[in-house]
Ligand binder design. Structure first.
Ligand SMILES: Cc1ncc(COP(=O)(O)O)c(C=O)c1O
Length: 435
C-alpha cells in the first residue's frame, strides 16, 4: 500500500481497487484533502472578518458543493445556471454571489431578480449590466457589488489573465467614475468591490492587487463594506511550482485593511473566491495505458491512455503540466512525480490520450508540441493517473469529443468508502437531444 504523494490519503491499491470496481477512466476525489483545503483557506488571517467563496466553475458537482458548503465556504457562481445548480444542491441564495458575462433578459432576468430577492449578491461586471439592474435594485433597496477591471492582471497563461487590457472582465478603470455617477443618479449603492486578476499567476501579483484594490475603493467607492480579492491563489500541482502562501497573503491583507481603517475609519470585510487552491489537488484522473508507440530512432516514446484531453483539457488549453503516477494493475506504485524515491527514473515518455487530435497530449510545450517527460517505463494494462485534476477538469473538458462519454466521478470518503457521485454517461445520453 503506497501513498501517491505527501499530501493526499489516496493509495495505489485504492486506485487499483477503484478501477476494478468502476472501469476506466474516471475521476477520483479525496474528500479528506478537499476538507483540509477548505479549513486552510477559512483560517486565512484577516482584519475585520472573512468570507471564502468556492469558485464553483472549478468543480460544479452537487456532492462537491455540499462538502464545501458544510465546511463553511460560500459560493462564487459564474452563470445563472451555476447559481441555480448551487441552489439545487441545497445552498441558499444568500450564500451565492453571481459574477457573470451574461446579460440576462426576458425570463432569465426574471430568474435573476427572483434570486436577488432571495438574497443572491449580484456583482455587476459591465455598464450595461449595471444599467439593467439599477431600477430593480433601487426599487427593492438591494445593494450591488461591482467587479472592477484594474487594467493589471496575471495568470498561468495569457488566456487566464483576467485583469489586463486584453481581457474584458469587469468595469474598466476608465469607466469607474461613470459607474459611480450612474449609481449616485440611480440612488443605488455598491457595498462590495470585487476584482479577479486571473488564475495561477505568481503570488506576488495577488499581493500587489491588494494595494491596488484598496486604493480603488478609497478613491471611488465610499459605500463599500466588503473587499473581494477574487480567486487566483496559486496551487502547486507539481513539485517545485511556486504555491501561494495563504497565511502570508492574509497577514499582508490584514495589515493593509487595518491601515485603510486607520486612514478612513472604514472597517472592510475581506472576501476571497478560490477555485484552484481548494480543489486542484484533491482530484485524480485515473486512466489505463492501452497502447505504446515510438516515433523512430530520434523520436519519442508514447504511452497511449484511455483518457486524455476529453478528461483533462488543461494542457491543450493552457500548456499546463500535471503530475503522473503509474500503478501496476495489481496496485503497486511504479512511479510518482511527487516522491523523491522515483527521482532517478529516467525513462522518457509522452502521455497522450485516444482522441484523433495531435494536441491530445498531457505533455505539451508552449508551441503545442509534445515533449517527453521523465518517468518509469510502463506496460500496457498499467494504470496512468493524472494528478491535479480536481479543478477545471470535470467541469471544463470537451468530454464528448470523438463521441467519448463523460466519465464518472468517484469520491473516496473520509471513512474509506468509494462512492460514485456522478455516473458514467451513456452513448444514448449523447444522442438524446438529436432530432
Ligand atoms: C471571478 C472569478 N473568481 C474566482 C475564480 C477562481 O480562480 P482560481 O481557480 O484561480 O482560484 C475565477 C476563475 O476564473 C473567476 O473568474
Amino acid at each position: 500500500m503506497s501513498k501517491l504523494n505527501n499530501f493526499s490519503k489516496i493509495t495505489s491499491d485504492t486506485i487499483a481497487e477503484a478501477i476494478g470496481q468502476f472501469g476506466s477512466p474516471f475521476y477520483l476525489y479525496d474528500e479528506h484533502l478537499l476538507k483540509e483545503k477548505c479549513r486552510e483557506v477559512l483560517s486565512m488571517p484577516n482584519a475585520y472578518g472573512l468570507n471564502v467563496r468556492f469558485a464553483m466553475k472549478a468543480n460544479s458537482g452537487r456532492s462537491v458543493l455540499k462538502i464545501v458548503d458544510e465546511c463553511g465556504l460560500m459560493i462564487d457562481a459564474s452563470s445563472l445556471n451555476e447559481a441555480k445548480r448551487a441552489n439545487l444542491a441545497g445552498i441558499d441564495y444568500s450564500k451565492i454571489t453571481l459574477t457573470t458575462q451574461e446579460v440576462p433578459e426576458g425570463e432569465e432576468r426574471k430568474d435573476l431578480e427572483e434570486m436577488m430577492l432571495r438574497g443572491l449578491k449580484y456583482n455587476v461586471c459591465s455598464m450595461r449590466q449595471l444599467a439593467l439592474a439599477a431600477p430593480f435594485a433601487r426599487e427593492n433597496k438591494i445593494n450591488l457589488s461591482i467587479r472592477v477591471h484594474p487594467g493589471v492582471g496575471g495568470g498561468e497563461s495569457a488566456s487566464r489573465n483576467t485583469g489586463d487590457d486584453y481581457s474584458c472582465f469587469g468595469i474598466h478603470r476608465t469607466d469607474f467614475q461613470a459607474a459611480v455617477d450612474f449609481a449616485k443618479d440611480s440612488k443605488i449603492k455598491f457595498d462590495k468591490v470585487h476584482v479577479h486578476i486571473g488564475s495561477g499567476a505568481d503570488p506576488i501579483m495577488w499581493q500587489n492587487n491588494i494595494d491596488l484594490e484598496l486604493d480603488i475603493i478609497e478613491r471611488y467607492f465610499p459605500d463599500a463594506e466588503t473587499v473581494c480579492f477574487g480567486g487566483g491563489l496559486k496551487e502547486a500541482r507539481l513539485p517545485g511550482e511556486k504555491c501561494a502562501d495563504v497565511t502570508a497573503l492574509g497577514e499582508y491583507a490584514k495589515l493593509r485593511i487595518t491601515e485603510f481603517y486607520e486612514k478612513t475609519g472604514r472597517k472592510l470585510k475581506m472576501e476571497i473566491e478560490p477555485g484552484t487552491y481548494v480543489a486542484a489537488n484533491f482530484g485524480y484522473a485515473v486512466t489505463k495505458i492501452i497502447d505504446k508507440k515510438r516515433t523512430g530512432e530520434n523520436g519519442l516514446n508514447f504511452f497511449i491512455t484511455d483518457g486524455g484531453m476529453e478528461i483533462n483539457a488543461r494542457p491543450i488549453m493552457y500548456g499546463s503540466s500535471h503530475p503522473f503516477y503509474i500503478i501496476s494493475a495489481d496496485g503497486k506504485l511504479l512511479y510518482s512525480d511527487w516522491l523523491k524515491e522515483y527521482e532517478e527514473c529516467d525513462y522518457e515518455a509522452v502521455v497522450v490520450g485516444r482522441c484523433c487530435e495531435s494536441g491530445d497530449s498531457q505533455c505539451l510545450d508552449a508551441e503545442g508540441r509534445s515533449f517527453a517527460r521523465k518517468m518509469s517505463d510502463a506496460s500496457i494494462g498499467d494504470i496512468m493517473v493524472i494528478g491535479g485534476t480536481g479543478a477545471y477538469c470535470s467541469s471544463m473538458t470537451p468530454f464528448n469529443y470523438n463521441s467519448h462519454t463523460q466519465i464518472p466521478e468517484v469520491l473516496a470518503t473520509e471513512s474509506g468508502e468509494l462512492r460514485v457521485i456522478r455516473k458514467r454517461q451513456t452513448l444514448l445520453q449523447i444522442l438524446e437531444n438529436e432530432a
